[in-house]
Design a protein around this ligand. Structure first.
Ligand code: AP5
Ligand code: MG
Length: 210
């Protein structure tokens, strides 16, 4: 097993790219910290109860809480698999926790999108609560409005996707997560792709970079 980290602002397309690549290649496994946390909130587990308010406010959940979940997924992942790690690490402390697991990191790929584009991306995002497929009302619409192509469930809007929370999430990204660019650059692991192009082109660029 090895790990490719997806770095990028909220709405930069990390989840869209990782889901596409993992859907096309069974040796790639998409692990989204946000999906793990939303799953825990939906199930009402202790971790979910502890995470809920942070997430709705657009703040990071405590490092130990998310790190415990990621460590479990790493421990249960065996064989010739590349894990596309989407949303973790989110700050330098989490990057150090990841290093201590000993899991080999192949690269950290920054999906680069300017902040002006992010607001529109997130405003149009629709998500399937059942199979987690992601859509956008303009750039990636479902065949039938409001209905998931893959499983037929009614699409929803994420609670943290309102404009005020998005502003806060961007502030958190620049303050907490952006320092990881230098962190991985110093280790010779950083790659960068232009995320401001079509989802298919961005996914192809990601494959070439990772
Ligand atoms: P998380 O779920 O990780 O959210 P995020 O980082 O804010 O990222 P997003 O999921 O919003 O964006 P994305 O890059 O995946 O974009 P997407 O592909 O959907 O985290 C949520 C919360 O959980 C955090 O705020 C925090 O509270 C907590 N959390 C998670 N991890 C944590 C951690 N490690 N530590 C502490 N707390 C943590 O695309 C967005 C939209 O744009 C979609 O509609 C999509 O269809 C569209 N789109 C995608 N690509 C393109 C394209 N190329 N062109 C046009 N449209 C596109
Ligand atoms: Mg995502």
């Amino acid at each position: 097993m090895n790990i490719v980290i997806l770095l990028g602002a909220p709405g930069s397309g990390k989840g869209t790219i990782a889901a596409k690549l993992a859907g096309d290649n069974e040796n790639l496994k998409h692990v989204s910290s946000g999906d793990l946390l939303r799953g825990a909130v939906a199930k009402g587990t202790e971790a979910g109860k502890a995470a809920k308010d942070f997430m709705e406010a657009g703040k990071l959940v405590p490092d130990e809480l998310i790190a415990a979940m990621i460590k479990d997924v790493i421990a249960e992942t065996q064989g010739e698999v590349t894990m596309l790690l989407d949303g973790f690490p989110r700050n330098v402390a989490q990057a150090e926790i990841l290093e201590k697991t000993g899991a080999p990191i192949k690269s950290a790929v920054l999906v680069d999108v300017p902040d002006e584009i992010i607001t529109d991306r997130i405003a149009g995002r629709r998500t399937c609560p059942k199979c987690k497929a992601g859509y956008h009302v303009k750039s990636l619409p479902p065949k039938v409005e409001g209905v998931c192509d893959k499983c037929g469930a009614a699409l929803t809007i994420r609670k943290d996707d309102n404009p005020d929370t998005v502003k806060d999430r961007l502030v958190v990204y620049h303050r907490e997560t952006e320092p990881l660019i230098k962190f991985y650059e110093a280790k010779g692991l950083l790659k960068k792709i232009d995320g401001n192009q079509s989802p298919a082109t961005a996914a192809a660029a990601f494959t070439a970079a990772m």
